[in-house]
Design a binder for this molecule. Structure first.
Ligand code: SAM
Length: 271
């Protein structure tokens, strides 16, 4: 079954290569499909509880369509959201426009690559939700520089929160999914390969175009499988200390949320 599934995708891609649009995972129509996932109560509560302790000003790295940005702003926090995807940010801007004025005024949206982000403004809390660190962790030295920049943008008492997937109970596996979302039907699989240290996602979407014809789009995603020992060694040489680690679940995935505080003496030589 698994091999058939992989071959199905390969056959579609090679057999229809002139008819298929190759997209980034955060471009339309995939951004619309991502937008059908809501943050759940437990996930939002984790960020809100920490924010209450930290202060008003939050920076969300890789904020995407605002899945977490909006509930934070609705709960009276000022949120600056940064992302590099036009289509994801368009969704966030559209949702922001539908919010009451007092929520809208608390949301500031920036289009930028987070690796080159170094704002002068200091924040009470900086967050990187949705296991996005697994996309950014390709080059650990670059990620360490991101952590240093995060420390620079954080107030002294501030906290940095990010999550990773807990793969301890996950076997090497191919997980197929099928989702219908508006005019899109999406078939996907995730190939979890712990030996290679990567979870590879393949997405195929059939969309009803305005002219009534069907459009096919494919996208791929590559997420590093970061064992908790690796991330904790990484943190130990970063400008941060682990304040706590919270286990939670979202969409059948087990996750660890790391809550970090600044440690002034550490300058982060990672090897
Ligand atoms: C898994 S989504 C997370 C979106 C949102 N934070 C959430 O919780 O749903 C990952 C986001 O990271 C963004 N992203 C990936 N690499 C980036 C980079 N180098 N700079 C800025 N944004 C990036 C993508 O555009 C996408 O919106």
């Amino acid at each position: 079954m698994s091999d058939n599934y992989l071959k199905f995708f390969e056959d579609i891609k090679s057999g229809f290569k002139d008819n298929i649009q190759i997209k980034s995972l955060y471009d339309k129509p995939f951004s619309d499909i991502y937008n059908s996932y809501e943050a759940d109560f437990e996930e939002v509560a984790l960020y809100l509880n920490e924010a209450v302790e930290c202060g008003q000003d939050i920076l969300e790295l890789c904020c995407g369509n605002g899945r977490i940005t909006l509930p934070l702003a609705r709960n009276n926090f000022n949120v600056t959201g940064v992302d590099c995807s036009d289509d994801m940010l368009t969704l966030l801007k559209e949702k922001k426009e539908r919010m009451p004025f007092n929520v809208r005024k608390r949301i500031n949206i920036l289009k930028q690559d987070v690796f080159s982000l170094k704002l002068e403004k200091k924040f009470d809390m900086i967050i990187l939700p949705a296991t996005t660190i697994c996309i950014l962790f390709d080059d650990p030295e670059k990620t360490m520089q991101l952590f240093r920049n995060v420390a620079f943008m954080l107030k002294d008492h501030g906290k940095f929160l990010f999550d990773i997937r807990n793969y301890n109970n996950v076997e090497n596996n191919i997980i197929p999914t099928h989702l219908v979302c508006g005019d899109n039907i999406c078939l996907s699989y995730e190939n979890i390969d712990k030996k290679v240290g990567q979870a590879t996602g393949m997405f195929l979407t059939l969309t009803k175009a305005p002219n009534g014809l069907m459009q096919m789009s494919v996208a791929e995603s590559y997420k590093k499988i970061i064992p908790k020992e690796t991330i904790e060694k990484f943190i130990s040489v970063s400008p941060f200390l682990i304040e706590k680690k919270v286990e939670y679940s979202y969409n059948n995935d087990d996750l660890f949320l790391y809550v970090l505080r600044k440690e002034e003496d550490n300058h982060g030589e990672y090897c």
